[in-house]
Design a protein around this ligand. Sequence first.
Ligand SMILES: [Zn+2]
Length: 270
Amino acid sequence: MDIIRRERHGVSFYACAHPAWAGTVHGFSTRLGGVSPAPWESLNLGANRGDDPNRVRENFSRFCAALGADVTALVKNHQVHSDRVRPVTAADIQSDPAAPGVFEADGLITDVPGVSLTVFSGDCIPILFYDPQARVIAAVHAGWRGTAAGIAARAAEAMVRDYGCAPEHILAAIGPGIGPCCFETHADVPEGLRAGLGADAEPFIRPLPGGGKFTVDLKRANARWLERSGLTPDHIALCTACTACRLDTFWSHRVQGNARGSMAAMIQLI
Ligand SMILES: [Zn+2]
């Protein structure tokens, strides 16, 4: 399964084109197609980045229209780099798309059609989940701490344990985020990854010449967590686009710091 770039009504986004995902509307936003000025130019979906809430509302309207999602049915978290995945229903909808999330968590899960699960990122790895048989969806935000803590596995486990999904039915899409080309770290990140994945972490850690620094592949580390949860490798799609390499398309926290907008990943059961 591939994640491909699409464009609709002037909004560019990434999505899984495989027909198995047809029971959802879903996508990963880029910075292209919105109304915000610099430094949020232009499709800023972050309500807490200093941008005008009216522009954030308009940007959400455009992104949701491009996806075919319901802009009045968003459910969000207050993201805290945890491994908490929150079960939600229609009661959790915040009707104003520019309202910031309140509950501290980094994942969302539901079996309620029409609820638009929304997670935010600006280098971190967004992951969307779908079980077409049980009709269950999830969305997670996995920075390095969430990746080390295995939030991708926590979401898959919750789908199986609490919603009756079979691991071999679950599809996962790992979206745009910082790649190993640009994610240079100190020893804390490799140590965190080893604490979570054990020896399975090694293929995703490369020491840099000179010692003391490393590059880390967070996307493939998340894919490994998903395989360990019983997902079929064929069912894990991975977007290779690097947010830090492609500032024409994305924002990068690593490169731009706090003077930037926020991307979102969204999924809704039809
Ligand atoms: Zn890169």
